[in-house]
Design a protein around this ligand. Structure first.
Ligand code: HEM
Length: 448
């Protein structure tokens, strides 16, 4: 019998707040702040944001229609492309149609189960290398530790371990670029010039410039080979299928895409899982015991299968704190979703943050309960009521990579260390492109 634990969430008012409030204060800064209680009970809300019609749909059937059944009618929105183009251009995440399909074909094999399973030793190496610096423990920011670790994993597994991608400066630049991307979205809605009108934006601009110039150097140094690392093979395949100039541009765009999408999200999944365990010491002990016994077998390749409790905890963590709290589409032609009429050009916004806490989809929706993901209960869920990785043809290509990586790192850390709360103040969740605890996650570490 475990005690009921409800992690704090932003306050919810009784009625939807007016659209203009979204342009100021906390609501402008924090994507998950200011949602009203009815949002977590209704299936659709339509908002007109300065002429842009946005539908937030939360019914799993509607989500399934957008992402899968009628996916061809929904493209990545122009406004999102404009905002993220300076960072990731027209790479896999931000392209559509034939250009998307061709790029997805090129990278797919790298993320197929055998390829990912072969990386478990790399994930373990990054986890243990990081803990080696923890000495006798003490207080550490586990959000920063998680980011440094996943950054090193992505550099090692996709980019030949290039040291330029693993520095503290790189970490700070990326955090600044993501923070600014959320504000840039707002300025795009307001039709303001894209960047550079306040300190956050300027730091973001420097972050973007760092990201693009560092990755451009890397890409230019590589001739492209069919038998090298991920980046070599990517460059080779792109030159095989696209003209010289196009291939060079897409190589840089995808290097940026995979570097960013490949580490920031997983870092957040790790951070929130460790937070939830720090608040539930008994459950943490059970997970640590499972991890110890799984690691004692010494079978690195089979490790993931030996962690059913930890997997459920990770799944529940990504339900309560989906690392990507929202993603969007733009309708190409007329459609109907959750009884609402969708016109061409309308934005359809999918919010894992809301769907995962919807009162009609989950019992005691805001409470932590890893048993929701016990096999028989998981089988009863609608496939599209739990979408941390999206769904349909554009489901996260790195979903298996991320899950194996997170489980491996957590197993190594939990088996060796205990993580305890330091502050009495409750954690505050802040949503930009991803979902982080504001001010990091300082925890007290002690050896087990
Ligand atoms: C816990 C970790 C992760 C989460 C929660 C996550 C979440 C997502 C989501 C929600 C999407 C779909 C977005 C949409 O439909 O608009 C997506 C797409 C994508 N993710 Fe992930 N992701 C994670 C880890 C990774 C990793 C490790 C990689 C690469 C190594 C990666 C690379 C990508 C790419 C390239 C796409 C675009 C796929 C496409 O459009 O075909 N992600 N991710």
């Amino acid at each position: 019998m475990t005690t009921r634990f409800v992690p704090p969430h932003p306050p919810r008012g009784p009625a939807p707040v007016p659209v203009w409030r979204g342009f100021f204060g906390e609501r402008a800064r924090n994507a998950v702040y200011g949602w009203s209680a009815p949002m977590f009970e209704n299936w659709h809300i339509r908002r007109n944001i300065l002429g842009i019609v946005v539908h937030v749909v939360t019914h799993p059937d509607a989500v399934q229609r957008v992402l899968q059944a009628n996916a061809a009618n929904y493209a990545k929105p122009d406004i999102v492309k404009r905002v993220i183009a300076p960072m990731i251009g027209r790479g896999l995440l931000s392209s559509d149609g034939e250009l998307w399909r061709e790029q997805r074909r090129i990278v797919a094999a790298n993320f197929a189960p055998p390829a990912v399973d072969a990386l478990v030793p790399d994930f373990a190496r990054a986890a243990t290398a990081r803990m080696a610096a923890w000495g006798d423990g003490g207080v550490r920011d586990m959000a920063a530790e998680s980011t440094a670790t996943t950054m090193s994993v992505i550099a090692d597994t996709l980019f030949g371990g290039d040291p330029r991608l693993k520095t503290d400066a790189a970490m700070a630049h990326i955090a600044a670029a993501l923070k600014a991307a959320a504000e840039a979205r707002l300025s795009a809605v307001l039709r303001l010039p894209p960047l550079g009108w306040n300190p956050t934006m300027r730091a973001g601009q420097r972050g973007q410039a760092f990201l693009r110039s560092t990755l451009a150097e890397l890409v230019e140094e590589r001739p492209g080979r069919s038998d090298g690392d991920f980046l070599d093979r990517l460059i080779f395949a792109l030159h095989d299928r696209f003209g010289e100039e196009e291939a060079a541009a897409l190589a840089l765009d995808n290097a940026a895409t995979f570097y960013l999408a490949g580490h920031e999200t997983t870092a957040n999944a790790l951070t929130w899982t460790i937070y939830l365990l720090s608040e539930q010491p008994d459950l943490q002990d059970q997970a640590a015991e499972e991890a110890r016994s799984a690691l004692s077998v010494g079978d690195e390749a089979g490790l993931i299968e030996e962690l059913p409790l930890l997997r459920r905890i990770l799944e529940e963590s990504m339900r309560l704190y989906p690392p990507v709290p929202r993603f969007d589409r733009q309708a190409l032609s007329l459609d109907t979703l959750a009884g609402a009429s969708i016109s061409p050009g309308d934005i359809v916004s999918i919010w894992p943050w809301i769907i995962h806490r919807h009162k009609k989809l989950w019992d005691d929706a805001d409470a932590f309960d890893a048993d929701r993901f016990l096999p028989e209960r998981k089988a009863a869920l609608h496939r599209f009521q739990y979408v941390p990785f999206g769904g349909g043809p554009r489901v996260c290509v790195g979903a298996r990579f991320a899950t194996s990586e997170a489980l491996t790192i957590l197993a190594h850390w939990l088996a060796a260390w205990r993580f305890e709360r330091v502050h009495a103040r409750p954690v505050r969740v802040i949503g930009t492109v991803t979902l982080r605890p504001e001010g990091g996650l300082p925890l007290r570490l002690s050896r087990r």
